[in-house]
Design a protein around this ligand. Structure first.
Ligand code: BV8
Length: 248
């Protein structure tokens, strides 16, 4: 069935929203775009760092080769993020957790803006830029409490080197995160995919799982993506404008 490409909300979607109990929202960098966070593939200024493409500097190989460079890259991004605030899209999604009896938010984002907007129990598939993890003892630390007196922060507990608690390319997702998201995708009636180019796996398989299990799949994005052909509806536009309208 050709997805309805409309910026207005269809009667069918209104009806789905008013009757749904199990709802899953999956977000990508686009949900944070209106907060000023550059996207990765829209040409944002985080796509290249010191001549290295994003997929290279944010990779397991780079972490092995040059941990200080990876810290420098994440310190730079945290610097960009520090002053940014959630936008109406994050705020709408945070309100939705009270609107539906079984609501799940899955994000690929590491910026923490969903939590800042009030979302709880966020399934973070790719970790969180505000956390660090010890290579040796695995303990997690709030980056804001770390001392960067040398280029690599060390663990308070065991003195081991810390790394960003973020999933890099070529790394497994945090234990349980993908499984939780996939399980919720299998049981949701309504699945919104907001602001993702749907090219990074295994995250991009979550909406595919929802669709295969019979969920009504809605994409919110100014552009078409490889997922669009699977969707029942495409809400073409910015998340910060569309999501608050969905509530009304
Ligand atoms: C894995 C954290 C198993 C880091 C990220 C070779 C070796 C190993 C693996 C692979 C390989 N080749 C391919 C793979 C798989 C790889 C992958 O999928 N690569 C892609 C690029 C092809 N995946 C992995 O490596 C994953 N792990 O496979 O483990 C394994 C393990 C070992 C060995 C083999 C296999 C790990 C992937 C996680 C990587 N980490 N982030 C960091 O941030 O530095 S991924 C990164 O991309 C971000 O997390 C981001 O969230 C994610 C997806 O990007 P999007 O969120 O979609 O953002 P994007 O900019 O692309 O798009 C923005 C969208 O928003 C656009 O559509 C735009 O139109 C829209 N938009 C713009 N404005 C708005 C808007 N929408 C709404 N409103 C607006 N206002």
């Amino acid at each position: 069935m050709q997805p309805q490409i409309r910026s207005l909300i269809s009667d069918k979607l209104r009806q789905k929203i008013s009757h749904a109990n199990n709802v899953l929202v999956m977000t990508g960098a686009g949900v944070s775009a209106e907060s000023g966070v550059p996207t990765f593939r829209g040409g944002g200024n985080t796509t290249v760092w010191k001549g290295l493409p994003f997929e290279v500097i944010s990779s397991a190989g780079m972490l092995e080769r040059d941990l200080p460079a990876v810290w420098e890259w994440f310190n730079y991004r945290r610097g960009l993020l520090a002053a940014l605030k959630p936008n109406p899209a994050h705020e709408a999604i945070a309100r939705w957790q009270k609107l539906f009896s079984d609501f799940t938010l899955v994000t690929q984002n590491i910026d923490g803006l969903h939590q800042a907007a009030g979302s709880r129990n966020v399934v973070e598939l790719h970790g969180n830029i505000w956390r660090a993890r010890c290579f040796d003892c695995g303990s997690r630390h709030d980056v804001r409490e770390l001392k960067f007196d040398n280029s690599v922060p060390v663990c308070f507990d065991c003195g081991g080197n810390l790394r960003p608690d973020v999933v890099l390319f070529g790394e497994m997702l945090p234990a349980g995160a993908f499984e939780t998201a996939a399980m919720k995708a299998q049981t949701c009636e309504l699945c919104f995919v907001v602001g993702t180019s749907a090219v990074v796996y295994p995250a991009a398989s979550i909406p595919e799982i929802a669709r295969a299990a019979g969920a009504y799949l809605v994409e919110v994005n100014p552009e078409a993506t490889p997922l669009s052909r699977l969707c029942d509806e495409l809400l073409t536009g910015k998340a910060g404008e569309i999501l608050p309208r969905l509530e009304r």
